[in-house]
Design a binder for this molecule. Structure first.
Ligand code: ADP
Ligand code: AMP
Length: 217
């Protein structure tokens, strides 16, 4: 099971990926999380990508592709994975095809979580995340049981630096056209399943699960 979650920032990829990867026992590979971890740890990669992350710009393809290539080479990704936030550009999608082809593999599902821009703005500005386990919450739409505390691991929730209104609009601009092109790219290959991402979290989850199981009951 080699799965890609496609969708604009705020579409719900991370929210769904946490539960889907637990249920299907595959690693959750989120390039945004990996870049944020590198930035927090002040590694050479982190220093290189910091400015892009803070401004809401895409990190250059070459760096991003290298990071994913290394990650997919790790043992836990041999029997499947869920990519969240990658690919975001056509060169990334082509590079991913190449990496998988080297192993005699190909993507099995590309799930496109479709959400309107108005809804995305509300979601991103109200998002709170757990820096320890990556879980995502929303002040109104998906509050934690206890205010400011992660349900899963007890971590203290924070607002992401790039969820400030200025960076949010840059991120949507950076990703709108590219995401549309990627959805066409995968649709032509017969891999794309479009999911109505505006429905409640549990409904979206059920639809994703059905798409992954090939079960439309
Ligand atoms: P992404 O990983 O695609 O950027 P997230 O999973 O972090 O998006 O979700 C963005 C925000 O929207 C979070 O605050 C999350 O709690 C909220 N959210 C996710 N899915 C839904 C949904 N189906 N309905 C309402 N809010 C949602
Ligand atoms: P995300 O957590 O997916 O919203 O990503 C946060 C930030 O990480 C983005 O705004 C980019 O700066 C960077 N990033 C994540 N994934 C990619 C990617 N596939 N290509 C380029 N930049 C990325």
């Amino acid at each position: 099971m080699q799965v890609v979650f496609l969708g604009l920032p705020g579409a719900g990829k991370g929210t769904q990926a946490v539960s889907i990867t637990e249920e299907f026992h595959i690693p959750h590979i989120a390039t945004g999380d990996m870049f944020r971890e590198a930035k927090a740890a002040k590694t050479p990669l982190g220093k290189e990508v910091q400015e892009y992350l803070d401004k809401g710009l895409l990190v250059p393809d070459e760096l991003t592709i290298r990071l994913v290539r290394e990650r997919l080479g790790q043992a836990d990704a041999r029997h499947g994975f869920l990519l969240d936030g990658f690919p975001r550009t056509l060169p990334q999608a082509q590079a991913l095809d190449g990496m998988l082809a080297e192993e005699g593999l190909g993507l099995t599902h590309v799930l496109y979580l479709l959400v309107s821009e108005t809804e995305l703005l509300q979601r991103l500005t109200g998002r709170r995340v757990c820096p320890d386990c990556g879980a995502s919450y929303h002040a109104a739409f998906h509050p934690p049981r206890s205010a400011g505390v992660c349900d899963r691991c007890g971590g203290a929730l924070i607002q992401r630096a790039d969820d400030r209104p200025e960076a949010v609009s840059v991120r949507l601009r950076e990703n709108l056209e590219r995401t549309r092109m990627l959805s066409e790219f995968y649709e032509k290959r017969g891999l794309l399943a479009t999911i109505d991402g505006e429905r409640p979290i549990g409904h979206v989850y059920d639809e994703i699960r059905q798409a992954l199981r090939g079960d439309h009951s």
